[in-house]
Design a protein. Structure first.
Length: 120
C-alpha cells in the first residue's frame, strides 16, 4: 500500500498556510482519502488532525489508522488533538485504539450531533 501522496501548496495556494499540511491517502495509485494536519511547529503547541476521511469503498481496512500513524511519524508523536462525532462509535474507537484520550469536553451542535474532543 502506498500512503501519503503529498500535494503541494502550489496546487491550492488559497487554502494553504505555513502550518497546514494536506495529504492524499493512496492505495495502488488510487486516491482513497485525505487528511489535513495543522502543525504550528511551536514547542508545547498541539498539532491537530482536522479532518481525515476515507472513501466508503476503502473503509474497514485499517487505512485511517495507518495514515494517522504516518502523520505522527512525519510531525512527531506528541501533543496531538482532534475532535470527532460522538455518535460515530467507529471513529471514537479508532482514535482510542491509537492512544487518544477524551478530554471531557464536548460540544452539542444539535440534538443529533455532538462533537467529542481528544488529546494524545
Amino acid at each position: 500500500m502506498n500512503y501519503g501522496c503529498i500535494i503541494g501548496s502550489a496546487d491550492f495556494p488559497q487554502i494553504f498556510l505555513d502550518f497546514t499540511f494536506y495529504y492524499f491517502i493512496c492505495i495502488g495509485g488510487q486516491k482513497a482519502g485525505a487528511v489535513r494536519v495543522v502543525d504550528p511547529k511551536e514547542a508545547k503547541t498541539n498539532k491537530r488532525i482536522s479532518p481525515i476521511f476515507i472513501l466508503p469503498e476503502f473503509q474497514g481496512q485499517g487505512i485511517a489508522q495507518k495514515a494517522i500513524l504516518l502523520c505522527e511519524q512525519i510531525h512527531g508523536s506528541n501533543n496531538w488533538e482532534l475532535d470527532t462525532i460522538l455518535q460515530e462509535p467507529k471513529n471514537c474507537h479508532l482514535y482510542e485504539k491509537l492512544g487518544y484520550q477524551k478530554t471531557g469536553k464536548t460540544k452539542a451542535i444539535n440534538d443529533k450531533l455532538t462533537l467529542v474532543f481528544y488529546e494524545k
